[in-house]
Design a protein around this ligand. Sequence first.
Ligand code: SF4
Ligand code: SF4
Length: 434
Amino acid sequence: MKWFSRRRRLPHLGRYPMEQVARVDRPTTRIDDAAVPRVPFRANFFSRAAHGDLGDRVAEEIKRFNTKTPLSLVLRNFAATHPPFQDGETATETAPLTDDPQKNAEHVKSLLYFLGADIIGICEAPAYAWYSHDADGAPVEPRHRYAIVMAIDQGFDTMDAANGNDWVSSGQSQRAYLMGSTFTIVAADYIRQLGFGARAHTNADSEVLHLPLALLAGIGELSRIGEVIINPFLGPRFKTAVITTDLPLAVDKPIDFGLQDFCAKCRKCARECPCAAISYGDKIMFNGYEMWKPDAENCVKYRISNPGGTSCGRCMKVCPFNKEGLVQHRIGLWAAIHLPWTRRLLIWLDDALGYGQRNDLKKWWRDLELVNGVLQIARKVNRRGLKRNKADREEHKIAIYPAEVNPPADASGAVPVDRIKALEDGLNAEPPQH
Ligand code: SF4
Ligand code: SF4
């Protein structure tokens, strides 16, 4: 039966039935468009860490954090060669057959699915989705009307085997970044050959923030993890890459599959985060966005300095939406979306059935660590299982850094964070109902 329906599936729809997910006019988490500031790349916590804002030890460790194991080293080195290809000359003549936005959108989606993307959405790119300044401190001008957002699966089997914060974690991310970078570079160049400006935005070099674009393009909903979007079929297990362009395109709408209620009832990611970076509490307004604001400083510090692995994605690993689409998973997903009263049961069942535990049968990578240029057996390997007996709710404080306290866009030296004030700001944050 599957081959039969697959043969009739149109190429621009891809292999996941996203067209069956409910669409809404606005994202399910509020965005006060007028209140969202444009932020410089320098405010990104990885950039802050590299500049020494989080202390000397983190500034030293970031030099090796995603290259301290051979897999992530080679993937990241390859992706680092990509930025020169992300933009280029546009053909002087526009190609025939490019007048119809709907057909253009279907054509570009089909191309990206052909290349290997997993899920694609298109939206108009609001000005606030563009960084105000790039990594060099130079002003960024919003220059394209549309954003094509693609999600690349980080791979269920490897995620199944992983602890989420062990020695394959960065490799999983870097593989998805490399694939996203490759697909967007090829597709952006193709669009330029058609006579329309287009630029790829990748993990290595981006002028746009991917999160608001992924929300607006209907890739997923904002989750309790914070600045992470969940798709009903991939869960949080994906990375994004973006193309901005002036090719006329029909846009998609945001989606609603009941995640806000699900995350309000489930706190598994908060329970399992190794550094208490995920909120157990309620959503707040942050820089114009309604969200469960994470402690981005703690998260980034942990990912950079993790002594028992390379980076971290434990929240993704343990999330009940991190499933592959087996029949039993599809049934659970259907119930989670359509039968809100089953959500607490599904959350309990997810733990009871051991989802979120490592599946050692599928472990294929080697726990190797590069220390002072020499490859050796990793000194420590994170293998902690689920904390199922831990209290469901453990209050902890979340430090928040709103746009007003961002470092200047061109600050080359360290601008230390004021964590005490950030914790106070977290306590006094405005709830969405205000
Ligand atoms: S990536 Fe790791 S440290 Fe960061 S929020 Fe997720 S679980 Fe916590
Ligand atoms: S683990 Fe639970 S609370 Fe966290 S993002 Fe996934 S569904 Fe939401």
